[in-house]
Design a protein around this ligand. Structure first.
Ligand code: PMV
Length: 333
């Protein structure tokens, strides 16, 4: 099964005729609390485990798509023209190849991201989710959120979770064609929960997540990682239900540390953590020893995301003055 087969299955008889000149959509970035790291099928991004995320409210990507009469796609990111030879444009063109239509084959894509791109802040998730939402509007496909989640997964796995605010669960599914591997919201709110973003570097990461995931298969800890993540997913969901913050924070942090142990023991080796990342991690542990309820998670980059409750917001902000604080449930309608 390839991406184009999945798309054909979902779009069926639907036509690729634009219903408007330009369509625009926003999707939030999402931070995995229980990580997706490992593909059972890399052609259509099928994961080896389920995963859980929290969306970041108004932090994410807004994308406009306009069909154009031209010899190629045109990309703008945050107002800046991006050459077609760049890594970003190459990935986007490949994805758009799945949705070309004969009359006007190419697109102008304008993307605005509130977070640094490619630095482990889940901008590929919000980017592909926003693009799929914009295509759905442009062609008036009227697809269900389930099918939009599957289509977003064709761009990047974590994009399947970026169609909702709040807590989201991406079930790994078991079908070979991946039709049961899509995300849906977890109907639980935690109004006290806060996420703090710490930018250590906004440089694009050296190893994209697909490369990282493939190399991780070489780690001697791969099987342990899969087993742990399956257990963590269930346990994290329970702590969300019980609003047990210290258990929640401990499980989320330990899942991220396990993922990085796996990554660091792959071959050739990958290290997303920088010395400054480690310095902040030690500071978090010191503060926790002193009684402050703050935990962290880290994705495929050096930046950290802190987890704490609203009651501790002032203290956490005082220790990390550059922290960008997100109240994820302020945006749940
Ligand atoms: O969706 P991808 O291929 O960019 O991979 C995402 C990987 C992590 O961000 C590290 C984990 C996750 O579940 O989002």
């Amino acid at each position: 099964m390839e991406k184009k087969d999945v798309i054909e299955k979902i779009l069926g008889q639907r036509q690729y005729i634009p219903r408007q000149d330009t369509a625009t959509a926003f999707a939030p970035a999402n931070i995995a609390l229980c990580k997706y790291w490992g593909k059972r099928n890399s052609l259509i991004n099928l994961p080896c485990t389920s995963s859980i995320s929290i969306s970041l409210g108004d932090q994410g990507t807004t994308t406009s798509i306009t069909p154009i009469d031209s010899h190629g796609d045109i990309f703008y990111v945050n107002g800046q023209h991006i050459p077609l030879t760049s890594k970003f444009a190459a990935r986007m063109q490949q994805f758009l190849d799945l949705f070309r239509y004969p009359q006007k084959k190419f697109f102008e894509i304008k993307t605005i991201s509130t977070l640094p791109i490619g630095a482990g802040f889940a901008t590929s998730a919000s980017g592909y989710a926003a693009l799929i939402l914009a295509l759905n509007t442009l062609f008036d496909w009227k697809l269900s959120k389930k099918n939009l989640s599957i289509l977003a997964r064709m761009g990047s796995g974590s994009a399947s979770r970026s169609l909702w605010q709040g807590f989201v669960l991406w079930r790994m599914g078991s079908l070979k064609n991946g039709m049961d591997s899509y995300a849906s919201p977890i109907p639980l709110v935690w109004p006290q929960l806060r996420i703090g973003l710490i930018t250590i570097s906004d440089q694009e990461k050296k190893w994209d997540s697909s490369t990282g995931m493939a190399l991780s298969l070489q780690s001697p800890f791969y099987r342990c990682w899969i087993r742990k993540t399956q257990q963590d997913c269930l346990a994290i969901k329970k702590t969300i239900k019980d609003q047990d913050f210290s258990q929640f924070g401990a499980l989320v942090e330990s899942n991220a540390l396990a993922m990085h142990s796996l990554i660091q023991t792959s071959w050739p080796p990958i290290y997303y953590t920088l010395p400054q990342t480690l310095a902040v991690i030690h500071r978090i542990w010191e503060l926790r020893d002193q009684g402050l309820g703050v935990y962290f998670t880290q994705d495929a980059g050096p930046n950290l995301k802190l987890l704490f409750l609203a009651d501790n917001e002032k203290d956490v902000a005082q220790f990390f003055p550059k922290l960008q604080i997100v109240n994820p449930f302020a945006y749940l309608s």
